[in-house]
Design a protein around this ligand. Structure first.
Ligand SMILES: [Zn+2]
Length: 486
């Protein structure tokens, strides 16, 4: 690999370019080149769906790969815990904002973990950054880029921003001729057709209920876009290396983040807010846009309830290039299960061999000594996961062949497992969860057999439900009950 650098597509420059840290001399505590990375996190008003998690698994892959390539990544993912949709749901739920969002935040983190994602180093909540958000809006106001509207809300003036020599439309091409000066949009989400000044601070309205903060502009709450600018720059500084998100966030959310952050003029001249912008493509499910009415809307827990594991879901989400629209299907999950079984079987045989008493060294070479180098070549090419999986399956095939031919010594097997462990620090598949039920579960299953014998079917059903709640299903077979992981 020598001095080679990973090559990554940058939405800002619209080309694949070598990944170079923004601050080449910066080092983290472990002495590695330090990288700041921000990923727009969940808006915690519901369970995340599989399309959301494609982005988070992609962010996890980027982090893991940059770490594998020797960078010290400081990974920030915000929690959007105040926003238009949240306020609507809080009102409907009758709960406090914190009670309502706290529940979905905890569930989000559980889903993230079940998909094998590393916990980001920082998970800032928007509601805990009000002083920084207000200070940033004040800075924009001082520079004449933010202004107050008649209702007391504060807006970002695209005209004034452009007048300062700044560029609006860095991530997407915009048609300014279609824009009417002074038009405003209060909603957090809008399309390119309604290119308009957007809200930084929204004055309190009766529908907001108890969700408001004091500010120099009176009571109100921040717009969604300013939250991310304030949190990212507070934690990572006014200029940082990588910003990620789903492609649907490029406009207006990310464009507005750039405008607010660069409009505040806090960067060293010549330095951007963010150097590399990475956007993950959309996800279709069974060939269609996900929707609850089509029955193709899946949360992570929906898939686990169908008997798939987080590992299988992760494998499928990592099977396509991040810039390609991906069609997620249940058949694809079955395919991921079969792929994992091939890998697991090969690894199990290698472990078995390592556990054997040392035998005289075989004359054969270790399998695919190029495994790691080939993997790097694939992933350096704009995270080409398809090529990386091909490298893995060639290695599995060659290893199986060498094992069958008795050409591998325990030392070879140990070396092969070591190489796999390096790759898996990026794939994050880990090892298969043991299928053996723990004693507590076996005891419950035995109680159920006893209940059935005693014709106490209500009790037998209750135990079945308890097993299910603990993640196990029980099947009655000719040989007696069989426990399986749910
Ligand atoms: Zn964001």
């Amino acid at each position: 690999m020598g001095d080679s650098r990973p090559q990554l597509f940058n939405t800002l420059t619209r080309r694949v370019e070598p990944f170079e840290p923004l601050f080449p001399d910066a080092r983290d505590a472990a002495g590695r080149p330090a990288i700041g990375m921000y990923c727009c996190g969940p808006t915690v008003y519901d369970f995340g769906h599989i399309g959301n998690f494609r982005t988070f698994v992609f962010a996890d892959l980027v982090r893991r790969y940059l770490e594998f390539r020797g960078f010290g990544v400081n990974h920030v993912m915000n929690i959007t815990d105040v926003e238009d949709k949240i306020i609507r749901r809080v009102r409907e739920s009758g709960k406090t904002l914190r009670e309502f969002t706290g529940h979905y935040e905890a569930e989000f983190l559980r889903d993230l973990e079940s998909l094998g994602c590393l916990r980001p180093h920082h998970l800032p909540r928007a509601t805990e950054f009000m002083p920084q958000i207000i200070a940033l809006i004040e800075k924009l106001e001082q520079r004449g880029i933010a202004y107050r509207a008649a209702d007391g809300s504060v807006y970002f003036s695209i005209e004034k921003y452009r007048g300062c020599g700044c560029r609006y439309g860095q991530l997407v091409n915009l048609n300014f001729d279609a824009m009417r000066v002074g038009e405003r949009v209060a909603n957090d989400e809008y399309d390119k057709e309604s290119l308009a000044d957007f809200a930084l601070w929204k004055a309190r309205v009766p529908d907001d209920g108890d969700v408001f903060w004091d500010s120099p502009w009176g009571q109100g709450r921040p717009g969604w876009h300013i939250e991310c600018s304030a949190m990212s720059m507070t934690i990572l500084g006014p200029s940082f290396d990588v910003h990620l998100g789903g492609e649907d966030l490029a406009f207006p959310h990310h464009e507005d983040e750039i405008a607010q952050s660069e409009g505040a003029g806090v960067q060293t001249p010549g330095r951007p807010f963010v150097k590399h912008w990475l956007h993950g493509a959309h996800l279709l499910v069974e060939g269609k846009k996900m929707s609850k009415s089509l029955g193709n809307y899946f949360t992570v827990r929906d898939l686990l309830a169908k008997g798939y594991t987080g590992r299988e879901v992760r494998t499928l989400l990592l099977s396509a290039h991040f810039r390609e629209t991906f069609n997620f299907t249940l058949a694809g999950l079955d395919g991921a299960r079969a792929q994992l079984a091939r890998i697991d079987e090969c690894l199990a045989k290698l472990r078995e061999l390592v556990a054997q008493a040392p035998s005289p060294e075989s004359v054969a070479q270790a399998p695919s000594p190029e495994l790691v180098a080939d993997f790097i070549a694939a992933m350096d090419d704009d995270l080409n996961v398809s090529k990386a999986w091909a490298v893995v399956f060639d290695w599995v095939r060659d290893t199986n062949r060498a094992l069958a031919d008795g050409q591998l010594s325990p030392a070879h097997a140990a070396a092969a497992l070591g190489e796999w462990a390096r790759l898996d620090s990026v794939f994050g598949l880990g090892t298969k969860a043991s299928d053996e039920a723990p004693a507590e579960i076996v005891a419950l299953a035995n109680d159920r057999v006893a209940a059935k014998k005693a014709k106490d079917f209500a009790r037998a059903d209750a135990i079945r439900n308890e097993l299910k709640a603990k993640g196990w299903t029980v099947e009655d077979t000719a040989k007696g009950p069989k426990l399986k992981r749910a």
